[in-house]
Design a protein around this ligand. Structure first.
Ligand SMILES: C[S@@+](CC[C@H](N)C(=O)[O-])C[C@H]1O[C@@H](n2cnc3c(N)ncnc32)[C@H](O)[C@@H]1O
Length: 297
């Protein structure tokens, strides 16, 4: 399968992260190297780009099908939640473009897409954790309600959770789709993306991984270094916004309220950067994208 993925918010990402000749960039969601390709152009031969991804298949696809950029990238197959264990250097840019890439959806065998009929998997790294099918078959009705409440903004969550827990066995993407169609009838196509997204977030513990990245990532920045995150879900964006706000606000004396320690980071995006209509028309995935950036002072 040939690899394609349109990088989201590419222009503002480049403008605000502003990669310069000779800089060190860590892209912790390398994917198919869409953003990385442009970072490489800017940092030139003297720069260094380290590309991390939890999905070995995406890294192999980039290696096999994009040799021109691959030879300049140091590949690391790992989850960014383990950023402290990867022996990474201090960098000028730390970048994350969260979530899934086009091949996850386009390749029905990965079990991320509700359109195909394949094993319901949804893991970025198939060597770890449990598949979405195993999760559904072993979760109580209350567990399911919690997952859909937290990660899917859809109605009829109680009915859906009951149907899933009463189903004998769910193995494939079409098994789940049939249940969703039974519950939501003609509205099924509207809610399917959200329901699959909720499962994917849970299966990959995407919120837990983001928490780790937000906690540890800023410590990898050199003075003047920038950290940028593109998120696609309101819960993720809230976490990024809150952590970046804490990092860029002076600590205050608990009693007097006087500032005691100036912040070590500056916010480069007062509001999240969003895609314009033109980008959304050519790449609907950009619709929910939110970019936030901080700089180490
Ligand atoms: C939106 S895609 C990145 C696309 C890339 N920016 C491009 O333009 O080609 C997100 C990538 O991050 C990877 N990913 C998601 N969560 C991850 C995590 N916790 N650790 C490492 N990689 C992760 C996915 O496997 C996917 O390849």
């Amino acid at each position: 399968m040939s690899v394609t993925h349109i990088p989201v918010l590419l222009s503002p990402t480049l403008e605000l992260l502003d990669p310069k000749s000779g800089e060190v960039v860590i892209d912790v969601t390398l994917g198919l190297g869409g953003h990385a390709e442009k970072f490489l152009e800017k940092i030139g031969a003297k720069g260094k780009l380290i590309g991390v991804d939890a999905d070995e298949e995406n890294l192999s696809a980039t290696r096999d099908q994009r040799p021109a950029i691959s030879e300049k990238i140091e590949f690391i197959n790992a989850n960014f939640r383990d950023i402290n264990d990867l022996d990474l250097p201090q960098c000028n840019i730390l970048f994350a473009d969260l979530g899934l890439s086009s091949p996850h959806i386009d390749d029905p065998e990965r079990g991320f897409s509700f359109r195909g009929d394949s094993s319901l998997d949804c893991r970025f790294d198939k060597s770890k954790g449990i598949s979405a099918a195993t999760l559904l078959n072993n979760s109580s009705e209350n567990d399911l309600i919690r997952i859909f409440k937290e990660y899917a903004e859809v109605e009829k969550i109680y009915a859906l959770s009951r149907e899933i827990s009463e189903a004998k066995k769910i193995e494939t993407t079409s098994d789940l789709r049939e249940i969703v169609e039974k519950v939501y009838k003609w509205k099924a196509n509207k809610v399917l993306p959200q329901i699959f997204q909720a499962l994917r977030i849970e299966v990959n513990d995407e919120i837990g991984a983001l928490d780790e990245l937000l906690e540890q990532g800023p410590h990898f920045l050199r003075p003047g270094g920038r950290m940028g995150i593109i998120s696609y879900h309101s819960l993720e964006d809230r976490k990024v916004k809150q952590r970046f706000k804490n990092l860029t606000t002076s600590q205050k004396d608990a009693i007097t309220g006087a500032p005691i320690c100036p912040p070590s980071y500056e916010l480069l995006t007062k509001k999240a950067v969003q895609a314009n209509l033109q980008e959304i028309e050519s790449n609907p995935r950009a619709r929910s994208a939110r970019l936030r950036i901080i700089k180490k002072t």
